[in-house]
Design a protein around this ligand. Structure first.
Ligand SMILES: [Zn+2]
Length: 314
């Protein structure tokens, strides 16, 4: 009898505990959901206001008469657009948005490009080659998205002299970690190319990495090995009858000396940002830490000059 009563009491207690447990799970679940929702809203408004509805891109292309020639203006009236493509990320993934915003704000602070020059493509790209996704295919993904939204291609190539000019850059940001020996921390298809890939490795998660790749897209060569700079300069001569817009690293302006170690990757941090004594290295150097980096006056001047002379952004 007593035994029965006790087991009845225990049962009631267990039921009560289960109910309390369930209520707690629901309350915590709700708190987590609300927190996630608030973080997302905050990110959305903080930056890339355009990521859900790229309003500007739904406008019809505008024909403009400028300097006596017929020119089709970029539909949202921007001279340069930088598109972020989520690779293996959902487009509204807070981590993806945070990385995009971090890189964009770095570039904004260094180049004078504004928030309106950046846009997130709200469609994930799932690469076949997960070990090192192809920046060209990511660009094609962006091109198709743009065609659906705007009804025509991304603003194409204009040749000024032999240098190809694109009024856009496509930047794939991947959540997966790649082997840096194969894929680097990020890469661009070539100097003056608009196709950029930023991986998921730790070294790809610095905000400065996009600035480095964009530097290439505006004609700057790598500064972490004298020989790499020479190779790229040589290649530019052949491909576009031009040369690196930044000067070659040497024993005076960098920690590289005259050693060539391109086989082993970067052999030095690169050129000093401005002087040997201010402890900053230029962004076009290696991804190696620890030195502090910023965009050197030379690199900045060259990027601004390129945008002014070739894209009319002065
Ligand atoms: Zn580079």
């Amino acid at each position: 009898m007593l035994k029965k009563e006790m087991s009845g009491q225990t049962k009631a207690q267990v039921t009560l505990f289960i109910i309390i447990g369930m209520v707690m799970v629901i309350v915590f679940g709700l708190l987590f959901y609300v927190r996630g929702y608030l973080i997302e809203r905050q990110l959305e408004t903080a930056l890339l206001q355009t990521y859900k509805r790229p309003v500007n891109l739904t406008q019809e292309p505008v024909q403009l008469r400028e300097r006596g020639e017929q020119r089709e203006e970029f539909p949202d009236r921007k001279e340069m657009m930088i598109f972020f493509v989520p690779v293996n990320y959902r487009p509204d993934d807070p981590e993806f948005l945070q990385r995009a915003e971090g890189m964009a704000s770095y570039v904004r602070s260094e180049t004078g490009l504004g928030q309106e020059n950046f846009m997130v493509i709200d469609q994930t790209y799932y690469p076949r080659d997960r070990s090192c996704p192809d920046a060209g295919l990511i660009s094609l993904h962006a091109e198709r998205w743009y065609q659906r939204k705007v009804g025509r291609s991304l603003p194409g190539v204009i040749n000024k002299g032999k240098v190809p000019l694109y009024r856009y850059r496509v930047v794939g940001i991947d959540s997966n970690e790649q082997d840096t020996a194969r894929c680097g921390c990020g890469y661009i298809y070539g100097i003056y190319s608009p196709q950029i890939f930023i991986g998921g490795h730790n070294c790809s998660r610095y905000n400065k990495i996009l600035m480095h790749e964009l530097g290439h897209s505006f004609g700057l060569c790598d500064e972490y090995d004298t020989c790499v700079w020479i190779d790229q300069d040589y290649w530019l001569h052949g491909a576009y009858a031009t040369s690196c817009r930044n000067s070659r690293p040497d024993g005076e302006n960098s920690d590289c000396g005259v050693i060539c170690c391109s086989e082993k990757g970067a052999c030095c941090f690169g050129k000093y940002a401005d002087t040997l004594y201010d402890s900053y290295f230029n962004i076009m150097g290696s991804a190696d830490t620890p030195p502090q980096r910023r965009l050197s006056t030379e690199s900045k001047e060259q990027i601004l000059l390129f945008m002014c002379e070739n894209l009319g952004m002065c």
